[in-house]
Design a protein around this ligand. Structure first.
Ligand code: GTP
Ligand code: MN
Ligand code: MN
Length: 373
């Protein structure tokens, strides 16, 4: 019999953006199980269920010790009946039948393989599965039309499904920095995404680029892309202009603030470690086994929106979602990667740092390394 007094009771606030979630997860088995069910739901276009499992997993990630008894979970937020059932099964039987059978299911396996192709989302994968396509071989034989992204994704499938290391992210940071200062001296490059949160591996490398003088960043992305392309660093790229339009409330602000946020989804050709020289200005790799493909996201932001862009692109995805939910539901504000709008005051709230945005939102500041919800 367990002595009630010895059971550690946990308590966490309900929004992930109110909690500190480090990479030190004491409940990996449980959070992996719930994350797999979340992924399965998302791949099946059941986003509501997906978020519910993500929130449940995030609560367990924030606990200071492993869960050993269901009684410890009393009063914790975001743990619905379904998630509690899965946790109970794992605590009692070391595994959840639902998780195991999902993992083994042909449909889940096919969805994983097909959406593992860069450029393929759950809708496309689902359509292919209904046409009897379950693997890459069947896809290639099917004669299905692939867009440019999907073709590149298929071509570099193995490389892109291999985790990017911190060392590779650092090597790519050097290349991007070289590109950016070559085309616009004074411009700044910041590593965002999972690597900024302290992760040692990731599925891609994310960068945010800006210039301390407002307006100087205009037209920067095509120049950076041209530099990278001419130096042989790009295997694929697609640049999209963001159509964000902020209604200016003060006088003297140029309307040119619209359409400025640019984003480039790319695939880099990165020399393998032993091939990387000291200077990174020219990609000299030749043979196929001397380089590998790495997904890289580039975003350009004007300095006036930089703090919002930095916060928005650092993640985690759930942390971002929770920040926006907190802003909307608790503060009557709308948060995006561009701005924070206060619906009660009917005005935008400026911020020059992430700390100021948390303060506007009435939240304690959470540093990137503790946003791993
Ligand atoms: P790994 O790459 O798997 O290590 O994880 P990650 O956290 O870096 O994820 P990812 O690269 O997918 O995204 C990084 C951040 O960018 C996350 O916070 C996302 O919410 C954010 N993000 C991704 N796509 C978009 C987008 O289209 N718009 C905005 N505003 N943010 C995005
Ligand atoms: Mn990333
Ligand atoms: Mn990314």
């Amino acid at each position: 019999q367990i002595n009630e007094a010895e059971v550690v009771l946990f308590s966490v606030p309900s929004y992930a953006c109110q909690r500190r979630t480090t990479l030190d997860n004491h409940n990996v088995t449980l959070t992996d199980a719930l994350s797999l069910l979340a992924e399965n739901a998302e791949l099946s276009d059941e986003d509501g269920r997906g978020v519910a499992f993500r929130r449940a997993a995030a609560v367990l990630k924030a606990l200071p010790a492993p869960v050993t008894a269901m009684s410890q979970l009393t009063g914790l937020p975001c743990l619905g009946d379904h998630s509690l059932r899965v946790i109970k099964d794992i605590l009692e039987n070391e595994a959840s039948d639902e998780v195991e059978s999902t993992k083994q299911s042909d449909r889940f396996k096919a969805l994983k393989v097909l959406t593992g192709i860069f450029g393929v989302g759950s809708k496309t994968a689902d359509r292919w599965i209904r046409d009897g396509i379950h693997n890459l071989h069947q896809l290639q034989e099917s004669g299905a039309t692939l867009n440019r992204a999907q073709q590149a994704g298929l071509e570099h499938y193995n490389d892109l499904n291999q985790q990017v290391t911190k060392a590779e992210a650092d090597a790519i940071t050097e290349i991007v920095q070289e590109a950016v200062v070559s085309v616009l001296p004074g411009a700044q490059v910041v590593l965002t995404g999972g690597f900024r949160r302290g992760k040692q591996t990731g599925h891609d490398v994310d960068f945010l680029i800006t210039h301390p003088e407002e307006g100087r960043e205009v037209g920067l992305m095509p120049k950076v892309v041209f530099w990278l392309e001419s130096q042989g660093f790009l295997l694929y790229q697609k640049t999209t202009r963001n159509s964000y339009l902020e209604v200016k409330d003060g006088p003297g602000r140029p309307s040119s603030n619209m359409d400025r946020f640019e984003r480039c989804l790319s695939i880099f050709k990165l020399a393998k470690k032993e091939e990387r020289g000291i200077k990174v200005t020219v990609n000299t790799v030749k043979t196929r086994d001397s380089w590998r493909a790495v997904r890289v996201d580039l975003v350009v932001s004007p300095i006036s929106q930089f703090a919002f862009a930095l916060l928005g692109w650092t993640g985690s995805k759930l942390f971002e979602r929770e920040l926006r939910r907190w802003a909307g539901h608790e503060k009557a504000m709308s948060l995006s990667s561009h701005a924070l709008y206060d619906n009660k005051q009917s005005r935008y709230l400026r911020a020059a740092s992430e700390e100021e945005i948390f303060a506007h939102l009435g939240l304690e500041y959470i540093p990137p390394s503790e946003r791993n919800a």
